[in-house]
Design a protein around this ligand. Structure first.
Ligand SMILES: [Zn+2]
Length: 297
């Protein structure tokens, strides 16, 4: 599929990771996220060429491989392209081992370095902070949206279209991943609340089969799913369980997707939920015979 118009000058290139495109009359455009690999970079180049567009800026919502994996080849296609990301996410884009090390807790074995988690590193030309960005004579609003990733940014175009990256999951994604990948539950709940207060005409999560015209129900379903996970975990911990045993229970009951990389993604997200519950005093933990048990007391 080619370039799809959302509203005004705001378009996107649909894909496993949707790439945002904001066009201007000059023929220059800016991109929001790219995709997972070189194949996607070729696709973006072809779509832009067919529309007579040349990208000047490439904004990055966060430093996960499926969002910046096509950046490096795009930079080779367009040497003048300026790659932008928050300071917190830049480090993950420039050191491609950092993300998988954080996920595994050390240098991981090869099986974890799948394209979803491990992309070619790319240099970030300028770091950006939340607030208005003046690009191509247009005002793009960068919005701090931590939770899924600490330095996550969402981008609101002058047409009122919010590219929310992975700060909001489409209901189809929530159904596929009952334990969504989150690193900081408190931050994510605050992000969802902040987004609910914005004037948004259209919302496009990075992984979404459609543009969302009414963001409120989708934001509410994201909040509901987090609360359901918190309740489910608390309920399972009426008997003491290690983190690993708790994950196994959830995997069976909630039918979590599982392979070796997904195991580590699920375990990391479960750890985020446990930290939140622990800090709220809703669960406790204790060491016994070298095992760390969590329990609801
Ligand atoms: Zn992500």
């Amino acid at each position: 599929m080619g370039l799809v118009k959302i509203h005004g000058h705001t378009c996107y290139i649909p894909g496993a990771t949707n790439a945002g495109v904001y066009t201007t009359k000059s023929g220059y455009c800016l991109l929001i996220d790219s995709g997972i690999n070189n194949t996607i970079a070729h696709k973006i180049k072809d779509v832009l060429a067919a529309s007579g567009l040349k990208p000047k800026y490439l904004l990055t919502t966060h430093g996960h491989a499926d969002h910046f994996g096509a950046h490096r080849l795009l930079k080779e296609f367009y040497p003048g392209l300026e790659i932008l990301a928050s300071a917190g996410e830049k480090i993950f884009m420039e050191d491609n081992l950092l993300g998988v090390k954080a996920l595994y807790g050390a240098l991981p074995f090869a099986e974890i370095k799948i394209p979803l988690l491990f992309a070619r590193p790319v240099g970030v030309d300028s770091t950006i902070s939340p607030g208005p960005l003046k690009l191509l004579d247009q005002r793009i609003q960068a919005i701090a949206t931590p939770g899924h990733a600490a330095g996550h940014l969402a981008f609101l175009t002058p047409d009122g279209v919010l590219f929310s990256g992975d700060a909001v999951f489409h209901p189809a994604i929530l159904a596929k991943y009952p334990l969504p990948f989150l690193q900081d539950i408190k931050a994510q709940l605050a992000t969802l609340e902040a987004l609910a207060g914005l004037e948004i005409k259209y919302l496009l999560p990075a992984h979404s089969p459609e543009v969302i015209a009414d963001p409120a129900p989708v934001l509410a379903s994201n909040r509901r799913q987090i609360n359901a996970c918190l309740d489910r975990i608390t309920e399972l911990l009426t008997r003491p369980l290690t983190r690993e045993d708790l994950l196994a229970e959830l995997a069976i009951q909630e039918n979590l997707p599982m392979d070796i990389p997904q195991y580590f993604l699920n375990l990391a997200s479960l750890s985020a939920f446990l930290s939140y519950l622990k800090d709220q005093g809703r669960v406790a933990c204790a060491l016994e015979s070298g095992r760390l048990y969590f329990y609801n007391h």
